[in-house]
Design a protein around this ligand. Structure first.
Ligand SMILES: O=C(O)CCC(=O)C(=O)O
Ligand SMILES: [Fe+2]
Length: 628
């Protein structure tokens, strides 16, 4: 995962009194290319998956790759309401220059090496605005937003609106840069102007067609990797070159009047970068959504095609980049049970989350489960409604559940289907789709349920060891006699609200029970907040690891352990991408009394919660969520 570099020590005060210069100063920085190891893992996968992931990725995002062929100053993007204007928002490139000094030091060179060799004499920075409309090919042909390439120059500083899509095929060569001296407000304004530019009528954009590497390039006009992509890349772009010297006049600018008042445009595009040695990625957020985030953006920018409600909102304003969590990976088959238990303990204390591998559920079974799950959710609504949730089994429609009413009055944008215990008399409470319409559905889900239950039971033995208890402790207290395990299939449609209202896939919540074993189809979205008392909250991405479960501790386990093990707040962001997941909630048997473990309390640390019967606790939590 990309590392983060703090430039605080290097941050300079903007030297210009000019407000526009100040604006620009804030424009750069933050992240290098978002090198997501999960995405890397998926890189070689079949195009069906990719295609599926892109479905529903509607429209809009913009990206601002800042390509620095050499750095002496930054060229910048004219941002003011008057529209594009070449004279404003221009800096001495302080962030990039400082970074280049650090890079020289990183190479054991003198700090001013790149100056000395003249790399920074004749500045050739290019600003390239990009817009990925997010439309898929009707033919099903896979057309990349930008196909595989490396950047040509020295370093690249990339800002995106946060819509995912950028992938790198190595983990290194990328890093995030923070405390670089650029204010959020400039990012916000830059993206706003950017969106306006790409919303201009085609004839206006065509008038600025690229000449001398400056100006507009339409959709499919570029092709970074003809070997994978015959049609060209599905993005349009706009280049601006150096703003100093005689060559400054080569730039093309839109007429000022053209960009004045819109604010109504709708964009869809995914962010990404290009050209260089390193890329610094800043996510500013889609204008629509950012409206909610940053003061000053017109809320009417939120449109029906809007893709992504960016996860940067809270982390950004908290001066923290969202980062992917490095959770412990627990090997369920490891013969070294003691050290495995220790890792579990550490994961549960520190994060409340960990990955579980070698758990005995085959990839083929995951594939079949997701395939059948998608068939169920594709049934006509009237068929699904016939299986509406009763006794906590069956179908819950879009928006019917609201895990955090304080953040989402409308309800969460997901539909789900619960399957309860398959043993004992209560097994008949389950609802199943008609065999005629989905013949393999029930057998696939039963097989999946049983295998995850068996993995979960083995995991509970290790969790007991992790708590310094006998391995069979949870059996002994009756937690696993007919365990109350619920498999919940989830489908996030990826549709965004036409109103621009912020609707989470799953709003912030903690799980109610003992442990949850989560499988996802790899589409991102899951985030955790490790410290719910911190404001603003910092949310961290939980990348998927193919074939692994993401396991988290639930509230009843937190009660059992007197808060030693953490039931961590988590949520699923709306990313504009369709997503499937399957959560397996392993709860203690109904009559099991959840009472603070002796190993987790003492005189100085008395029990924080009274004992409670599992079913009473669960019923109350479900009542609060579903109203019944
Ligand atoms: O879909 C996901 O990734 C998480 C779902 C979840 O947290 C839940 O259903 O409790
Ligand atoms: Fe959850």
């Amino acid at each position: 995962m990309a590392k983060k570099f703090d430039m605080t020590a290097m941050a300079a005060t903007p030297s210009s009194s000019d407000g526009e210069r100040q604006l620009l100063l804030s424009l750069f920085a933050v992240t290098a290319k978002n090198c997501d190891s999960e995405e890397l893992r998926h890189d070689g996968e079949d195009s069906d998956r990719k295609q599926q992931q892109r479905q529903g990725r509607t429209a809009i995002s913009l990206s601002l790759p800042f390509s620095l062929f050499s750095i002496s100053y930054f060229c910048s993007f004219p941002l003011l309401m008057g529209g594009f204007h070449p004279n404003i928002c221009f800096t001495d490139g302080s962030a990039g220059r400082k970074l280049i000094h650090l890079i020289a030091l990183a190479l054991n060179l003198d700090e001013d090496f790149f100056e000395k060799v003249g790399a920074l004499d004749a500045p050739m920075p290019f600003l390239r605005l990009l817009h990925y409309p997010g439309k898929l090919e009707p033919s099903g042909e896979e057309i990349y937003g930008a196909s595989a390439h490396s950047d040509y120059g020295m370093i690249t500083l990339l800002a995106t609106d946060g819509v995912p899509g950028l992938q790198a095929c190595i983990e290194f060569g990328f890093f995030y840069l923070v405390n670089h001296g650029m204010e959020e407000e400039l990012f916000q304004r830059m993206f706003e102007e950017n969106s306006r530019l790409f919303s201009l009528p085609m004839e206006d954009k065509a008038k600025m067609s690229r000449k001398n590497q400056r100006g507009y390039t339409p959709l499919y006009a570029g092709n970074l990797d003809p070997s994978t992509n015959s049609k060209g890349d599905s993005k349009d772009g706009f280049f601006s070159g150096p703003l100093e010297g005689t060559i400054k006049d080569l730039n093309q600018w839109p007429f000022e009047g053209k960009l004045e008042s819109s604010g109504e445009e709708i964009y869809s595009a995914s962010a990404h970068t290009d050209f260089g040695m390193i890329t610094l990625l800043a996510t500013g957020g889609v204008p629509g959504l950012q409206v909610c985030t940053f003061a000053g953006i017109n809320p009417s920018n939120q449109g029906s095609g809007r893709t992504c409600r960016i996860l940067m909102v809270e982390t950004w304003s908290g001066k923290e980049m969202s980062k992917a969590l490095k959770l412990p990976i627990i090997d369920l088959s490891s013969p070294d049970r003691i050290s495995t238990a220790k890792s579990i303990r550490q994961g549960c204390i520190e994060f409340g989350f960990f990955y579980l591998v070698n758990h005995g559920v085959e990839e083929e079974l995951f594939r079949r489960m997701f395939e059948e799950s998608s068939k169920l959710f594709s049934l006509p609504l009237e068929d699904k409604i016939k299986m509406s949730r009763k006794q906590h089994r069956g179908y819950t429609a879009l928006y019917a559940e609201n895990l955090d009413p304080s953040s989402t009055p409308k309800g969460d944008s997901k539909e789900s289907f619960y399957i309860g215990p398959l043993e004992g008399t209560i097994k008949d409470l389950n609802q199943w789709p008609l065999e005629e319409s989905l013949p393999s559905w029930r057998s696939t889900m039963e097989c999946y349920y049983n295998k995850v239950l068996s993995a979960g039971t083995r995991l509970m033995h290790l969790i007991a060891l992790a708590l310094n208890l006998d391995e069979d402790f949870f059996e002994k207290v009756g937690a696993l006699d007919v365990p109350m395990a619920f498999l919940r299939l989830l489908h996030y449609t990826g549709q965004l609200e036409p109103s621009g209202e912020e609707i989470y896939g799953a709003s912030a919540h903690s799980d109610y029970g003992m442990i949850t074993l989560l499988a996802t189809d790899g589409v991102p979205g899951l985030q955790v907040c490790r410290d719910k008392s911190q404001h603003p909250r910092v949310w961290e991405d939980v990348p998927n690891i193919k074939g692994a479960f993401i396991v988290n501790i639930g509230d009843m386990m937190e009660r059992w352990t007197n808060c030693l093990f953490r039931s961590t707040l988590h949520r699923v962001m709306p990313t504009g991408q369709e997503r499937y997941s399957a959560a397996f909630f392993m709860d203690p048997n109904s009559d099991c009394v959840v009472k603070c473990l002796e190993s987790c309390c003492s005189e100085s640390c008395p029990p924080r919660f009274p004992p409670i019967r599992s079913i009473d606790y669960l019923k109350e939590r479900l009542r609060l969520t579903y109203g019944s």
